[in-house]
Design a protein around this ligand. Structure first.
Ligand code: MRU
Length: 356
């Protein structure tokens, strides 16, 4: 059973609009959310109705196109979208790519506005579509490269959601998992529930079920004893931003898994497109980590589970140092060992992709 598209551009007369599969409602309901203006999209990003680094990049770019078609203040709209979530670098990259396309089409030589109906809007939309197509291609290439790292009969542990709900195509780490399943190499997928917002339990278990992948859910705190009992052969996660030194920001709990994997001698592999590599951020300390409201911990499925007013530490992401990362898989291939030098040539590749 396939998974519905997580994001779709709606043409006039029904649009212009950005239609999202509301991920906060899964798996209970498949509901679609139609954003007809940028404040609606910004709110949807903020409450994780749309999420996952590559998908956020696409949402950001389509958001700029939406502002342009509405003849809103495109520069202000772009700034608002880019600020909606700080850690996943794809969001700002997607916004900037669409904004750059819009500016070039609107201003031409920089002085003379171009003639014709909304040339900037069409250019921003074309750029958003190009980002979506590139992410789908990257997903397929990551699956091919990552498959080589999966041993026969593998029992793979994953965290958060990295499937088609988080990107175009089959995902990042989840695309490798699906490829391993198709190749008959996967014995079991272990899925961390991923507290506090349960992307593992709600989204990855749903996608795994629809893909026919044998899977078991575990509480995040059970990963240690699972690895100690020798039942994990490989950890595969995605990333929200990879700094120039190879530090990986990903969903909170990822760093703990990497420490556990090192202790138990289990390979810890990150799967992410080059669009998630941010060579402008020198190291892990420079990655902005989003902190989210205490209510996400204190209230579970509408039920108050901690005394009201309890303060909370609720970072949405953590940073894993490169020394704990066995390999990074991008659409360009496998980076191993993870060093600043091994990531550097992705910069030139990204510039080419952005310009094409
Ligand atoms: O807060 P989220 O759900 O947007 O966090 C998503 C993750 O941490 C994913 O692992 C990451 O974006 C990789 S997506 C392919």
């Amino acid at each position: 059973m396939s998974v519905p598209a997580a994001l779709r551009w709606v043409e006039p007369p029904a649009g212009p609009a950005v239609e999202l599969l509301d991920q906060t409602r899964l798996p209970a309901a498949e509901e679609f959310l139609t954003c007809t203006d940028v404040p609606q999209l910004v709110a949807a990003i903020g409450r994780l109705a749309v999420r996952g680094a590559p998908l956020l990049g696409m949402a950001g770019a389509y958001g700029v196109a939406l502002a342009a078609f509405r003849a809103d203040d495109v520069e202000a709209a772009a700034a608002a979208i880019a600020a909606a979530r700080p850690t996943a670098v794809n969001l700002a990259v997607g916004v900037n790519r669409a904004l750059t396309a819009w500016r070039a089409a609107e201003l031409g030589d920089g002085a003379t506005p171009r003639q014709g109906a909304a040339p900037g809007a069409s250019a921003a939309l074309a750029e958003a579509r190009s980002i979506a197509a590139q992410e789908a291609e990257s997903s397929a290439a990551m699956a091919r490269h990552g498959l080589a790292l999966v041993p026969d009969g593998a029992r793979v542990l994953t965290h958060c959601n990295t499937g088609s709900l988080a990107t175009a195509g089959e995902g990042t780490a989840f695309a490798v998992i699906r490829a391993a399943h198709r190749a008959g190499k996967l014995t079991r997928l272990w899925i961390d529930e991923t507290r506090p917002l349960l992307q593992g339990a709600r989204l990855t278990a749903w996608e795994a079920g629809r893909s026919g992948i044998p899977h078991s859910l575990l509480a995040d705190g059970a990963a240690a004893s699972l690895m100690a009992s020798g039942q994990v052969d490989l950890v595969l996660t995605g990333a929200d931003r990879i700094a120039a030194d190879g530090s990986v920001a990903n969903k909170i709990g990822t760093y703990g898994l990497a420490v556990l994997a090192r202790h138990h001698r289990v390979p810890f592999v990150v799967v992410a497109p080059a669009s998630t590599v941010d060579l402008g951020t020198p190291d892990g300390a420079a990655i902005p980590v989003e902190h989210r409201p205490a209510a996400e911990l204190a209230i579970v499925a509408g039920q108050q589970v901690a005394p009201s007013g309890t303060e909370a530490y609720n970072p949405a992401f953590d940073v894993t140092p490169p020394s704990l990362v066995t390999a990074i898989v991008t659409e360009r291939g496998v980076i191993q060992p993870v060093t600043p030098g091994s990531l550097r040539d992705l910069g030139a590749y990204m510039s080419l992709r952005t310009a094409s």
